[in-house]
Structure formats: C-alpha cells, structure tokens
Design a protein around this ligand. Structure first.
Ligand code: AMP
Ligand code: MG
Length: 314
C-alpha cells in the first residue's frame, strides 16, 4: 500500500508518497517566500492554491494510482487558511481515488519521519521549527510535552529578528551565516524548568540593534543564547526520562552550530545525538504520508481540520 501525504500548515506546500516500509517514493514541495517583510496569510493560501493541482498530478505520475491506499493530510496545528487548501484537495483526491481520508497531526508527523529515517528507538525529541519549540517524549502510549516555549517558537523568533534587520523571510539560514562573523554579547537567558522563553532576547536585541549594535554580533549572540537554552532543557529531559538518544527535528535543525552544541551535550553524557535528514526536517508531504499510515493502522485520525491540535492530544 502507498500513502499520499499533503502538507499545508504554514508557508510550505508539499505532496509526498511513502510505502509501508517508510520508503519515500515522491516528495514535492514549494514554499512561499518574501524578499522583505513576513508572511501574509491570504498570500500563503494563494501560493498553495496556485501550486496544489500541478503538484498532486506530478506525484500521481511518479507513483501511479493503483497501489494508493490512503490520502493523508495535515489537519493541524497550523494557519487556518493554509490548512483549508490542503484539506480540501485531500478530500477531493480521496473521493476521486475512492480511498480513506486520514487527517493527522503535523507535529507527530515530524517526530515519526525523524524516527524512521534515523532508526532511533524511543528517543527524546527536540522539535524546533518556525512555530514549534518543544521537548517531547513518548510515554504511556502517547507523546508528552516535557518542555516548550512559553512564547514564540525559536524559528519564528529568528525570522522576526531577521525581518527587523531586513533579511526577508525565512531568515534562519541568513542569521546563521551572519553569526559566523559575530562576537558574544550577554542576552537574557530564560529557562524555567524545562520551558524556555525567547521574547526577552528578542526585545533586547531589537533595542540593541536600534542603538547601533552590530547585526553580526546580535545574530551570533542570539544563536549562542537560544541554542544553549535548548541544549539545557533537552539534557534535563533526557536525564528525567532516562533516555540515551536525542532526536532533533524541524527546520531549525538546518543550523550547524545548533547541531554541534547538541552533539557535544549528548557526548558528554554518553548519549547519542541524531538529526533528522535535512530533506525531511522541514515541512513536506512524505512525513504526512508516513504518519498517515501509522495512524490509519491505529485508527487514530480525524477527517476535519484542527488549527490548535497539540501533539499531546494525539
Ligand atoms: P519549519 O517550520 O520546520 O519548516 O522550519 C522553518 C524554520 O526553520 C524557519 O523559522 C527558518 O528560519 C528556520 N531555519 C531554516 N534554516 C535555518 C538555519 N540554518 N538556522 C536556523 N534556523 C533555520
Ligand atoms: Mg513543521
């Protein structure tokens, strides 16, 4: 059986396909971007509308329609106008093929594709994307959030500062590049138990920027501070649930410095650090297809959208 997966929670639209062993057969994506300014909701939905039909047909051409068993889609969490585009098209495709429609949780999909592509077994998950920043562990039959951001996700915080200094959207990679030339400035380091907060850092660097501080120094210091906070809470979570594997998923995993710091933390405690392969770290359809297969077999899925669906509610 082949599963089709449609992703449309945020700025990326994706259609992917996997088989029952988790082999990725197709994975097409197209992301909304800006030269300057952040993302506008109606523009994101328009972007997705414009690419969806071509992308679905391309994936069907690659995998054929005979063996398709389910049509999965991201039911949430996400931006409602964007979610609706994927939901509507998934519903149409499922009806056209006469196959079940399987609505799954986008965050759980990030975790599941990370596990299958790295071969980790029951790791502590560090899920750091645009909107999401969470430390997660699978305990007692479900994902539990052990710690999370109390305000913005780390990716969004990076993007917000990037927008302030004219880097366009998304800004994470450009900030990483600028950080290579920066020096350290002390910033608010906010860890509360296993939760983190980035708004203090943001306010501080926005003010320092207005006063003429070097953007390179601010990028470097932002990264050092935020990544150290994440390494601290990840380590605390691993100690708490007594697990020897850490798996990083989500778009911020692209950051080499971040991975280096997590790698060192894991080595120092005799644990293993894993990073989801980059092509499966960001939002894409293959992870939706794979999570769809898992939840279809468990009969744990929905057939509507839920923009506020937390991973611990799956
Ligand atoms: P996702 O929401 O999982 O698609 O991830 C997108 C987020 O990852 C955006 O906020 C990007 O700015 C961020 N990102 C992408 N590349 C990097 C990088 N090299 N360093 C830090 N953040 C990044
Ligand atoms: Mg995501």
């Amino acid at each position: 059986m082949i599963a089709i997966g449609i992703e449309s929670t945020a700025h990326t639209f994706g259609v992917g396909a996997v088989d029952e062993k988790g082999n990725v057969l197709a994975n097409e994506t197209d992301s909304y971007k800006t030269e300057s300014g952040g993302m506008l909701l109606d523009q994101v939905a328009k972007h997705h509308e414009a690419v969806v039909d071509g992308m679905i047909e391309k994936v069907l051409e690659i995998v054929g329609t005979e063996n398709i068993g389910i049509v999965a889609y991201s039911a949430g969490p996400g931006l409602t106008p964007a979610l609706f585009v994927g939901f509507k098209k998934a519903k149409e495709l499922a009806a056209r093929l006469g196959k079940p429609l399987v609505g799954i949780n986008h965050c759980a999909a990030h975790l599941s594709i990370g596990e299958i592509t790295t071969g980790t077994k029951n790791p502590v998950f560090l899920y750091v994307s645009g909107v999401n920043t969470q430390v997660i562990s699978y305990e007692g039959g479900k994902f539990r959030i052990l710690g999370e951001t109390l305000d913005v996700g780390l990716g969004n915080a990076l993007d917000k500062f990037g927008r302030d200094i004219g880097l366009g959207f998304p800004a994470g990679a450009k900030i990483e590049e600028m950080a290579r030339r920066g020096k350290y400035i002390v910033l608010p380091y906010t860890v509360k138990g296993m939760d983190v907060s980035f708004s203090g850092i943001l306010t501080k660097i926005q003010n320092l920027y207005k006063k003429g501080a070097s953007p390179e120094d601010l990028c470097f210091s932002f990264q050092e501070t935020a990544f150290a906070m994440m390494a601290e809470v990840a380590e605390r979570a691993m100690a708490h649930v007594d697990k020897q594997e850490l798996l990083l998923v989500g778009g911020v995993a692209a950051n080499k410095k971040f991975c280096e710091m997590l790698q060192i933390m894991c080595e120092e405690r005799g644990a293993k650090f894993f990073k989801c392969p980059m092509q499966y770290c960001g939002d894409q359809g293959a992870m939706i297809a794979w999570e769809g297969l898992i939840r279809f077999k468990e009969k744990r899925f929905i057939t509507e959208i839920n923009p506020y669906w937390r991973v611990d509610e799956v």
